[in-house]
Design a protein around this ligand. Sequence first.
Ligand SMILES: [Mg+2]
Length: 418
Amino acid sequence: MIGLADCNNFFVSCERVFRPELAHKPVIVLSNNDGCAVALSNEAKALGFKRGDPFFKIKDRASAAGVTFFSGNHRLYGDMSARVMTTLRALSDDIEVYSIDEAFLNIHSETDDYAGLARYMAAKVRRDTGIPVSIGFAPTRTLAKIASRFAKKYPGYAGGCVIDTPEKTAKALTLTPVGDVWGIGRRLLKRLQIYGINTAMDLASLPQERIESIFNITGVRTWKELNGIPSIVPDNDSEHKTITSSRSFAKEVYTFEELHKAFAVFATIAAKKLREQKEHALEVEAFIATNRFRDNAPLYFNSCSVTLAESSDSTSEILKAALKALKRIFRPGLGYKKAGITISRIAHSPQPHIFSDIAKMEKMSKLMLTVDAINNSQHSSYAVKIASMGNGLEEISRKDHSSRLFTTRLEDIIEVHA
Ligand SMILES: [Mg+2]
């Protein structure tokens, strides 16, 4: 059995954690620059407002109806997401974060009460983070998605729904419009409608030969999943892939400023590697450690992860996240001997979120590629570099093997593990 946890009205729920008086009231969260509605509370939906409604069009009517508006605060949402994921991770053997408000849950030890488990997990996430979540368990990911939809739609499930028998599967599929099935995009939906396929049940009951003749591999997989045959597996390769850039310093480093410079180097190296692999990352971890070989000094090791609002391959975005993490773990007065960053949750394509400024993302990508091209054509990897790097690791690098090109080719001294 696989579980799917999906936060209810996620952005709205994040705002409500800090504005509890807005529970059961209509709330709308707006996109970048307050362009349009991107998240609505059930009460706002009941008033007839929809996702995508332009703000200027609905502003007066919605205000008159008592709707509270929020400009999207995606830093807050990213942080709340990390908290939800932490709780889910503690309650599962393994989770796969699927989006800012969704994760698949793997439970290795079998239980005969998945419904109880799902309700328990939903209640625990709610208590720990304030975020309401709907959890579905089923034999496949696609069915688990459907189960979580039922958990969300019908309060009687108390946040947890299980699809585990042929009867329950048939009932759930009959009640699910085919367009709501995971993986059925708008284009495929149109084709399905031409064939008179309106519910998930219509799709699931077609014979396999027919499915194979009308659909591509994705469609066939979805059909199998609806019939209880697991066919969509996470890309384990990228799931567990990380890039680390770290360094032991020649002497202890005491100030945040020096670490900042070192982190600029780490971010430059890791992000370049990411771009070479044509990949984007969603998580950046920073770690620092004091010298564990010195008996008279305090021993300190700490690490902290930051989730990016949107996946990125940009040096500056990765550095920004790394510094945010570093700020949380940096303790003044200690001499740091080793530090580094690890980037993870790596994916092949950028994963913009609802507030993403796509034009800006593309511009940034082009800029980074230009920087790489210039640096690749020069003897130094840092002909063009991020300003805060300064002279990088020069002062804190070991210089006792002068045959290595410390000052001109930093790759020579940095360990990169992929
Ligand atoms: Mg959701």
